[in-house]
Design a protein around this ligand. Structure first.
Ligand code: ATP
Length: 438
């Protein structure tokens, strides 16, 4: 089994990620997050929001609608330019992206001996269409947003008018985006429905100023992934080449991860210039300029964007955390990302006094001490329970045993060192607070 196959199997078996609509044969490029996956993803999003919004005075958040007036997508250039080059195999009519050389080669090797001919590449627009309205033949075509970015820019004036932000400032957003990807694949890496976590940071339209903030945000975003435990050796920056940049970008760097399927982008940092605001100003007729408080000068700000994929981050955090050791598989997820923070076990499931005490510890931790969520396991022996928690990355296991009934102490077993120590129950709050806050 390859590493990716192992991750896919673990995700299914333990409830991280399931194929979308599985009982109906699935739907290509869609995935459902299970009980553990939703925790992992929520933790990533919470950490993002904490570092990008709550811990800064210069960023606010929004949550814009997925459905937007189709004129937005004309203004943003997506109707015209949001396209990939599509080619079709003349033997079996399978369609692939012309620029995904590995996929093309893989496909060619399936036609043993016969080298397929490909049609000329043609532009395939990635926007997903939907119909909105109540009267069947009068329904209007709308798009499911292809990026969450535009929901921020169309609200630029609303945010300025309703808050006290002043340039330089940013607007963060997390939400779903949809793309009619020609070849979804590599598990969740390329999906047709996915989530993005973004910052649009508005700065003065001067080269030096925008360059300064560009470097700043590149640095901040890399630091964020490192702070959540990603292996430095598996991360790198890559600058887009001249012909590779999206239609809006003046400069673009990707943060890439050394994945089982090669170095792959999971976050892009872009200098969008004044592309978005000037386009919306032109197409909507609304003045999008910013007035500088001191000099009273008016200008269209430049935008530095950081655009990460929540699903790609989740996948790479999983891959990065996966270790096979002598007697166990362990996900060494950062404690703040781990789906369960702690697991509580009664040593023996058939001793009511142990179960009762363990239940008390469970609710003390999860309700009074706010360590959430806490897993409960009373099946099998302790060794098996440790094994099961290691595999899903639970950093600590708390066991209630006979000594607990005498002196109110429990054992805490550490996922990474596998060491066990005894602690007074009343000290658990302090102990875990320290472990999870930093
Ligand atoms: P790619 O070149 O891989 O198609 P992109 O350059 O089009 O990606 P952006 O438009 O910069 O991606 O989107 C920002 C982020 O959104 C990406 O770094 C990625 O994490 C996420 N993303 C984009 N497309 C997908 C997808 N199809 N599935 C999952 N995540 C995606």
């Amino acid at each position: 089994m390859t590493l990716l196959e192992k991750i896919v199997a673990l995700s299914k078996r333990r409830g991280f990620i399931f194929p979308g609509s599985e009982i109906y044969g699935g739907l290509g490029g869609t995935w459902d997050y299970g009980p553990l996956g939703v925790e992992l993803k929520n933790n990533i999003k919470r950490e993002f929001w904490k570092s990008m919004v709550y811990e800064r005075a210069d960023v606010v958040g929004v949550d814009a609608a997925i459905l937007m007036n189709p004129k937005v997508w004309e203004a943003s250039g997506h109707v015209e330019a949001f396209a990939d080059p599509l080619v079709e195999c003349k033997i079996c009519h399978e369609r692939l992206r012309a620029d995904q050389i590995e996929e093309i080669q893989k496909h060619e090797s399936t036609h043993k001996g016969k080298k397929p001919e490909w049609t000329e590449p043609r532009k395939f627009n990635l926007l997903v269409e939907a119909r909105l309205g109540v009267v069947e033949d009068k329904k209007d075509k709308v798009y499911l947003r292809g990026e969450i970015t535009q929901g921020v820019h169309v609200n630029f004036k609303n945010v300025l008018d309703s808050t006290r932000v002043q340039i330089p400032f940013g607007i963060a957003q997390i939400g779903k985006a949809f793309r009619n990807e020609i070849t979804p694949g590599n598990f969740t890496f390329r999906s047709r429905e996915f989530e993005q976590m973004e910052l649009q940071f508005y700065v003065k339209p001067e080269k030096g100023e925008s360059q300064k903030w560009y470097e700043y945000w590149k640095n901040e975003r890399m630091k964020w992934y490192l702070s959540l435990g990603m292996d430095k050796k598996k991360l790198r920056f890559r600058q887009h080449e001249e012909g590779e940049r999206a239609h809006y970008a003046k400069d673009a760097w990707d943060i890439e991860y050394d994945s089982p399927f090669g170095w792959k982008e999971f976050e892009g940092i872009h200098n969008r210039g004044d592309w978005d605001l000037s386009q919306h100003q032109k197409h909507s007729g609304v003045d999008m300029t910013y007035t500088d408080q001191e000099s009273a000068s008016k200008f269209l700000p430049y935008i530095i964007e950081t655009s990460g994929g929540v699903d790609r981050a989740a996948l790479f955090f999983l891959i990065d955390a996966y270790y096979e050791e002598k007697d166990r598989v362990v996900l060494k997820l950062h404690p703040r990302l781990a789906p369960f923070k702690v697991a509580v076990f009664p040593l023996l499931p058939n001793k009511p006094e142990l179960v009762k005490k363990a239940r008390e510890v469970y609710s003390l931790l999860s309700t009074d001490y706010g360590v959430q969520p806490v897993a409960w396991d009373d099946r099998g022996n302790i060794g098996k329970r440790y094994f099961a928690q290691d595999e899903i990355g639970t950093p600590y296991c708390v066991t209630v045993d006979f000594q607990t009934l005498d002196d109110d102490t429990v054992t805490i077993r550490d996922r990474d060192t596998m060491k066990q120590e005894r602690f007074k129950i009343e000290n658990l709050e302090k102990y875990f607070k320290k472990k999870f806050n930093h």
